[in-house]
Design a protein around this ligand. Sequence first.
Ligand SMILES: C[S@@+](CC[C@H](N)C(=O)[O-])C[C@H]1O[C@@H](n2cnc3c(N)ncnc32)[C@H](O)[C@@H]1O
Length: 204
Amino acid sequence: MISQEHAIREKWNLRHADAEGPGQVAAVLVNNLYLLPSEGRALDLACGRGANALLLARSGLAVAAWDISDVAINALQATAEAQHLAIDVQVRDVLARPPEPESFDVILVSHFLERNLADSLVDALRPGGLLFYQTFAHSCLTGEGPKNPAFRLGRNELLALFSSLQLVYYRENEALGNIALGLRDLALFIGQKPATGKQAADVL
Ligand SMILES: C[S@@+](CC[C@H](N)C(=O)[O-])C[C@H]1O[C@@H](n2cnc3c(N)ncnc32)[C@H](O)[C@@H]1O
């Protein structure tokens, strides 16, 4: 019998095999690069062919990039090598093996929605660490993204899922104003894990 993990891998392998290049960098990252720490460990979770992992590595962070698709991970490995960037790539089912507690200073999730992982992502941040999250919202003005509403965020859902983080940035425009402009159908969130008592005192 084919396992669910195998079926998901095969589905995504086909999509990645048909695609070219590392994909699109997430607006939540590229528009807020100045918020990144100057050093530390970053994770691109469900990285696909790794546009965000490459950008995080170029920003000076030690980057891990995980995806269930070996086709995507092999493509990212080849791009990273061609660009002389060291990225710790791994074929990994993040539902079966989420990141370990307090293991990353930055976690980036782009266009991947697994609500059950929210607590693990918060746990995996080190104190003071940042979560960058961007995925499709419930509004569907552009026709892009999943058709199944279960795979799209509800209104303000990232704020609820990550309410234990300090809010740094949030954007969800829906149909407001001139819909020919702006970032439509997406929710963008950045949150920070509160620093420990000692770290907070050190800053003062
Ligand atoms: C829509 S793509 C997004 C890729 C990338 N983050 C981006 O924004 O271009 C979703 C990715 O999630 C990966 N994925 C799906 N289920 C996964 C799982 N259980 N563990 C790890 N990766 C998974 C797929 O292989 C695919 O690369």
